[in-house]
Design a binder for this molecule. Structure first.
Ligand SMILES: NC(=O)c1ccc[n+]([C@@H]2O[C@H](COP(=O)([O-])OP(=O)(O)OC[C@H]3O[C@@H](n4cnc5c(N)ncnc54)[C@H](OP(=O)(O)O)[C@@H]3O)[C@@H](O)[C@H]2O)c1
Length: 217
């Protein structure tokens, strides 16, 4: 029998690293993607090359967790920073999801794709507008993919965690006495349960709070 496999982007840190570890503990072979492992998700050639090196069959699961933020008050945001956040969070997610789905569809194989939005995709702040706008785009991408890929047997999950303790979040300088953080390993367990159990979720965004309860909204 084929052993289960997954592709995880953003695997070098935070949520991607914790999900990679949780999948590995459950016997998955994990194909890790990050700049640290030599692939920038905004580079179509690098992403395609990485999938070619993985060989067939394409892993059934994709966790597209690569992302960045560059907080800066709106009037002062350099255009290059806005573009970079959109490139990594939106284009990078698109490039990997497209390569993965195209290969699954060509091989007539079912699969599961997990994308990362954020509550700030629905409530962007002026201090981190580029990030909020990029995550709104990922929400829209996820909804479109969920509807469109269902007929190919590919399920799409849109994760919108709040305050998971990672280097990205620590970089925002939250007062940890006021904002309780969820451990990345705790969140990863929730995410992996969704990926490995059969469920009837229909592609709506899933919001996770400190209480580790998934809510579909
Ligand atoms: N932490 C939270 O509370 C929270 C809340 C809502 C949503 N999210 C989302 O969850 C995802 C993971 O966030 P995190 O908190 O775990 O952040 P993190 O600790 O900063 O990790 C980000 C990951 O993305 C990778 N990455 C960044 N740019 C890349 C690029 N161009 N190509 C390939 N990989 C790239 C980084 O690896 P390299 O530097 O090695 O490339 C790293 O592995 C993000 O999409 C984030 O927006 C997080």
């Amino acid at each position: 029998m084929e052993s289960p496999r997954a592709v995880v982007t953003g695997s070098s840190s935070g949520i991607g690293a914790a999900i990679s570890a949780a999948l590995t503990r459950r016997g998955f072979g994990v194909e890790r993607i990050s700049r640290t492992s030599g692939v920038d998700v905004t580079d179509v050639k690098e992403v395609k090359g990485r999938y070619e090196r993985m060989g067939d069959p394409t892993p059934e699961i994709l966790v597209a967790a690569a992302g960045i933020q560059m907080p800066c008050s709106f009037p002062n945001v350099p255009y290059d920073e806005f573009r970079r956040v959109m490139d990594v969070n939106v284009a990078g997610t698109f490039i990997v999801a497209q390569e993965h789905a195209r290969r699954l569809i060509a091989a007539n194989r079912p699969g599961k794709i997990m994308l990362f939005g954020s509550p700030s995709g629905r409530r962007p702040s002026l201090e981190n507008l580029s990030y909020g706008v990029s995550k709104a785009a990922v929400l829209a991408m996820g909804l479109g993919l969920a509807r469109g890929l269902e007929s190919h047997g590919i399920k799409v999950y849109i994760m919108c965690p709040s305050h998971v303790d990672t280097p990205m979040l620590r970089g925002r300088g939250f007062d940890l006495n006021i904002v309780p953080l969820m451990k990345d390993s705790e969140f990863a367990e929730e995410a992996v349960q969704l990926l490995i159990l059969d469920n009837t979720l229909d592609g709506q965004p899933l919001y996770f709070s400190r209480m580790v309860t998934a809510k579909q909204q």
